[in-house]
Design a protein around this ligand. Structure first.
Ligand SMILES: NC(=O)c1ccc[n+]([C@@H]2O[C@H](COP(=O)([O-])OP(=O)(O)OC[C@H]3O[C@@H](n4cnc5c(N)ncnc54)[C@H](O)[C@@H]3O)[C@@H](O)[C@H]2O)c1
Ligand SMILES: [Zn+2]
Length: 376
């Protein structure tokens, strides 16, 4: 028998913006949970160590919220896990999270709450996706990057064999709650980092949004929350809409406009031993591929200059000694291998419009780096 039986899965991507998510009278979180049994939503909580340090009362506030809410049950004290890329590089951290899920007897209808930056969300998300073949993940992103990009995505994973996200799965979270209060305690580096993803998605999808970021950039660089909030929200929305309406949520086809600037970014992160933040590397990668698009004749020089100028006014440094590393263009082959099939790199045709290129000329990459440096 030959049987081809197509089927679809129904998901709803639930993304909320709020402030003070753990205040007892904030209903955002509780309204998103369904009871695990007849009366109680059972959960474990994982907190990024950087967040826990900046918000010393957080674990207590969460415990109190669970205590006062009869429909919630915290199955173990909140577990503080290391923040930053280190957690994705250390298999012992993944195992510790899985062990806690096991010891708390969470089931497939229970919840894992992940509170932290993209690295913690990726790791807890991966553990949640593979434990019992998937328990419910509620992400509470605490960095600009995780609020405007990674936290609202459907990817989870950790690094292995020195390669980013070598182990991972596509699994939508049960819900995502962006609490902007968390952003106040970020370092300047981590505050800035996320806005490169907003510039990226604007450049490939939305010219008017790019104009808005350009206008807001100097205020964002000064950490003006009023200027930053709408940029984070629109970037998150564009990422969500790409996933839910773009027709390819699990990235089965070649086209990956949201990976604009990422082939070199991933390689720079890796070559630097993850000293360069993902968002910082994306800023360099986006600048590089904007200039490349221009030198290859796909987009005008003024558009490429605006892309570079916008990243600069957000405060990014777009040069790095590792741009001279001979291994940089190996990033193209690793990008192709990770994504499968033929090389597909998004380039710009205009601000707000990308297309897929299947060849990248290493000599032109080298000229683009020189050009980027000459722009000062
Ligand atoms: N899954 C995806 O689709 C996807 C997309 C893009 C990026 N990513 C991944 O996300 C990771 C980068 O995430 P990131 O930029 O959020 O940084 P991060 O997770 O590396 O965190 C950076 C630092 O900020 C600290 N921190 C986090 N929130 C804080 C807060 N509110 N106050 C004070 N300190 C805080 C952390 O402890 C850490 O030291 C990378 O691993 C990247 O590959 C994943
Ligand atoms: Zn990215």
């Amino acid at each position: 028998m030959d049987l081809d039986a197509p089927f679809q899965l129904d998901y709803t991507h639930r993304v909320r913006f709020t402030r003070g998510v753990f205040d007892p009278d904030n209903r955002t979180l509780t309204s998103l949970l369904e009871p695990t049994t007849d009366s109680v939503a059972r959960a474990c909580v994982y907190i990024d160590a950087g967040v826990s340090e900046a918000w010393p009362g957080l674990a207590g506030a969460i415990t109190t919220l669970f205590d006062v809410h009869p429909a919630l049950s915290l199955e173990a004290p909140p577990l503080v896990v290391p923040g930053g890329e280190g957690i994705k590089n250390d298999p012992a951290q993944l195992e510790a999270i899985l062990r806690s899920v096991n010891e708390a007897h969470l089931c497939r209808r229970s919840y894992a709450f992940a509170i932290g930056g993209g690295a913690v969300l990726d790791t807890v998300g991966y553990a949640a996706a593979i434990a019992h073949r998937g328990i419910r993940l509620v992400r509470l992103p605490t960095t600009t990057l995780s609020q405007d990009d990674s936290g609202v995505g459907v990817k989870n994973g950790v690094n292995a064999f020195g390669k980013k996200n070598f182990l991972g799965v596509f699994t939508p979270p049960w819900a995502v709650i962006n609490d902007t209060d968390f952003l106040m305690t970020l370092s300047d580096r981590d505050w800035r980092a996320g806005f490169s993803e907003a510039v990226k998605v604007a450049l490939v999808k939305d010219a008017a949004f790019f104009d808005a970021i350009e206008r807001a950039a100097p205020a964002i660089a000064e950490r003006d929350m009023t200027a930053a909030e709408p940029v984070i929200a629109r970037s998150a929305e564009l990422h969500v809409r790409h996933i839910t309406e773009g027709g390819d949520p699990y990235e089965i086809t070649h086209a990956r406009p949201l990976d604009f600037g990422h082939w070199s970014a991933h390689k720079l992160e890796q070559l630097s031993g993850f000293e360069i933040r993902h968002g910082e590397a994306v800023a360099i990668g986006v600048a590089l591929d904007s200039v490349y698009s221009s030198l290859a004749g796909h987009v005008g020089a003024p558009q490429a200059e605006r892309a570079v100028g916008c990243l600069r006014s957000l405060g990014f440094t777009l040069d790095h000694p590792l741009l001279d590393h001979p291994g940089l263009t190996e990033g193209l082959e690793e990008f192709r291998e990770h994504l499968g099939g033929r090389l597909t790199v998004a380039l710009l045709r205009d601000i707000g419009e990308a297309f897929d290129a299947h060849e990248i000329d290493p000599a032109l990459v080298a000229r683009s780096i020189e050009y980027l440096r000459a722009m000062g």
